[in-house]
Design a protein around this ligand. Structure first.
Ligand code: ATP
Ligand code: FE
Length: 332
């Protein structure tokens, strides 16, 4: 859970960001188990909220409004969060904002770098989503201009990590291993970059299969697997496609700022290559620190603060979680 303070000029200040993670419980299954996630949410909710408030130095009586993820995500986990937030809002008599988790990932950057210029382009790369978003107003107007047609970038990282016998989640260990490898060692495919392909959409399923096949063939032949080279070459393919498409979209749409968010934005090569290509194209690049890239409560609190600042009407207390909430619905 996160606590932020909103200033009159629209800035948000981070007062507390307490993250409870069930990632260790999921790690032995190699991915998120919905039942485990719901139960972990239930157990962590009140203690985490208490810790965040204590860390912020504020009391419950100081709370101005409550923001919570209404979707998209796993139904069970969303329900636990929503029920808790409704209880806080009802007991405190404060407005409730049911917000979009993906818009929250974009809002994370404002905690570190201040309000977003309008318009800006957001590359959202998380465990379940890979999207290019035109953000005209973070509180009210987000338009999806492209997305993955199969796997999300983070999902590809997690699946390739499995192939390489690396732990879950796969992003951090692949990122580390790739630093010792040659990114040009293996020419893995760049999905959807042909002249007739949808120019702002992505595809990572072919890349994941190509890595698995490459590794299997070497194993069958009894050859050693150059793990660092595989990791570096895979990572290069992901970063290459993501940054090429994002910079192309920003240039074609005449947008001067690119913000990258979601867990994969923590990737060192993605931010490095994006930095080079944005500089060449004269585009300002904003990437939040890794802690703000992966799931956190501060990003939801920040988005809530932007809704308050934009005078968006609060949610009703009987709103339902929407596991498939589209990113264009910033709040419900
Ligand atoms: P969504 O937001 O789509 O519901 P999520 O909340 O599960 O998905 P995030 O917490 O934003 O996803 O990100 C988790 C993903 O980020 C995982 O797939 C993980 O492997 C990936 N990731 C984390 N750190 C890195 C890194 N350094 N490099 C690449 N990927 C990373
Ligand atoms: Fe997320």
């Amino acid at each position: 859970m996160g606590v932020v303070r909103l200033y009159d000029d629209g800035r948000v200040e981070l007062l507390a960001d307490e993250v409870a993670s069930s990632v260790e419980q999921h790690a032995r299954f190699g991915g998120v188990v919905p039942e485990v996630a719901s139960r972990a949410h239930l157990e962590a909710m009140i203690p985490t909220a208490r810790r965040a408030l204590a860390a912020s130095g504020l009391g419950l009586e100081d709370v101005h409004s409550v923001a919570v993820t209404a979707g998209p995500g796993l139904a069970g986990a969303l329900l636990v969060g929503l029920a808790s937030a409704k209880a806080y809002a009802a007991v405190l008599g404060k407005p409730l904002y049911g917000v979009n988790h993906l818009a929250g990932h974009v809002a994370a950057d404002t905690v570190q770098h201040g309000p977003l210029p309008s318009p800006c382009l957001a590359l959202l790369v998380s465990g379940g989503h890979t999207q290019l978003l035109l953000v005209e107003d973070l509180a009210t107007k987000i338009t999806e201009i492209g997305s993955t047609i199969d796997d999300a970038a983070g999902e590809a990282y997690d699946k390739v990590a499995r192939v390489l016998n690396l732990p879950y989640p796969g992003g951090p260990p692949i990122d580390r291993l790739a630093k010792q490898g040659n990114p040009e060692a293996i020419a893995f495919p760049r999905g959807l970059t042909g002249p007739r392909d949808a120019k702002y959409d992505f595809s990572f399923s072919g890349l994941k299969t190509a890595v698995a096949r490459w590794v299997e063939e070497r194993e069958r032949a009894g050859e050693p697997i150059p793990l660092a080279d595989v990791a570096a070459s895979f990572q290069e393919a992901v970063a290459d496609v993501l940054t090429a498409k994002a910079v192309r979209a920003a240039t074609e749409l005449g947008v001067g700022t690119l913000v990258i968010s979601g867990g994969v934005a923590a990737n060192s090569r993605l931010s490095g290559l994006a930095g080079e290509r944005c500089a060449e194209a004269g585009i300002e690049l904003r990437v939040p620190r890794p802690r703000l890239c992966t799931d956190n409560g501060a990003m939801i609190a920040a988005l809530g603060a932007h809704l308050v600042a934009a005078d968006v009407a609060p949610s009703e207390l009987d709103i339902a979680a929407d596991p498939a909430l589209p990113v264009s619905t910033v709040s419900i």
